[in-house]
Design a protein around this ligand. Sequence first.
Ligand code: ADP
Ligand code: MG
Length: 448
Amino acid sequence: MLTPNSIWEKSLKTLETVVTSYSFDVWIKNLRAVNIVDNKLIVAAPSRSAYAVVLENYLDKIVESIQAQNLFVNDVELVTEDSLLEKQFPLPPLETNKEPDPVEKGISLISKYTFESFVVGDSNKFVHAAARAVAENPGTRYNPLFIYGGVGLGKTHIMHAIGNYLKDHNPSKKLIYTTSERFTNEFIDSLRSTNRFSTQKFKEYYRSADVLMIDDVQFFENKPSVQEELFHTFNELHNENHQIILTSDRMPKEIPSLEERLRTRFEWGIIADVQPPSIETKVAILKMKAEYERYIVPNDVIYLIAERVESNIREMESLLSRVALYAKMLNQNITLSLANESLKDYIDHRKAQMSADTVIDAVCKYFNATRDDLTSKKKTKEIVEPRQIAIYLILEFLSLPLASIGQIFGGRDHTTIIHARDKISDRVKVDKKLVVQLNDIRNMIKGS
Ligand code: ADP
Ligand code: MG
């Protein structure tokens, strides 16, 4: 059956070959096919900055990739995830795009993620030193290398840097780079008897690595068969002094889904963390990115961006491209006032998360509920109503993407969030008591 996803998956395969791997990774991969309306595929961008960049640079290529499929769908409408709220497209459930079999096509390293393009500061000098040591002498001292730290702090970059270094200096080594999600999906696929790639082939593939890199191991689900497979792969590679590199957003002992025997193995080698960068490091990174992209960016703008973003380097980069794009559209130089103008509706997601907390706290206090209740799966009336009110007010106060709100409420999907909001908006029209309650809570929020 023709679904938005199946069309989009085909498109992605083409797009991967017509844009740089960097652009693909940063801008294209995070788009989501939402629906088909008339002959148009509706594609959502995760943020307004991504929307602007894709619209300007990649929309033509996306349309071409759809037209090449020769379907009744021959056009694309780009929207932001936020705007879906207003438009109310019937949303299909979120699915992660399945990728082709690894044996056929592995994930390639991003060539731009090198040691040379990695700015070293106090926050990351330890991980940098460990990564250099591993790149220079894989499979010896630091095995496995376990890298952990917050989102957008350079874990994937440094892991690819090791890979790229080895590709140049040690080309005979077989490198395999994957993610926990992909490893899992491939393994499960391989179990299906109809699949061309048997479990045997899967095992051989991963066990043939001289260097195995697995990104984001916090996403290994609690699936015994997969963890068992990973366990044996780990042992075999480790016994033969083949290098294993892992990244995660937290330490092994803080990954609840991980089996004990894997956890201890992940701690066998060296554990290196990446801390949020200092303002100096943020500035140095921005200057390097500006130079790489050939943007002419005055210092005050660099500082503005560095200060605006709490810690996520990826977010910082996207602000820089947004400012640059804005200047390009207006055909002006980048100045402080232009940057301020183009960033005026930007929200730092960490700050937004904090503000969402303010709303949730107020609602909890008002209804004498706990935060855990509100974010739980409980469906009793005493909890459902405060939960819906909290969601309604968060949407009213903050321009957060639906998916982020879903995350805050215990991993619910965006349709649930829309449903909660609609429920309250409908009731507001008829329920005077609710109107009073909402006003009380609004006042509490404003006062805090
Ligand atoms: P993570 O995997 O930790 O979420 P990434 O490795 O994807 O983060 O990094 C996010 C972005 O920030 C990438 O574009 C990366 O190049 C950039 N980045 C992170 N740390 C640095 C650094 N120290 N120097 C230069 N760029 C960096
Ligand atoms: Mg990463």
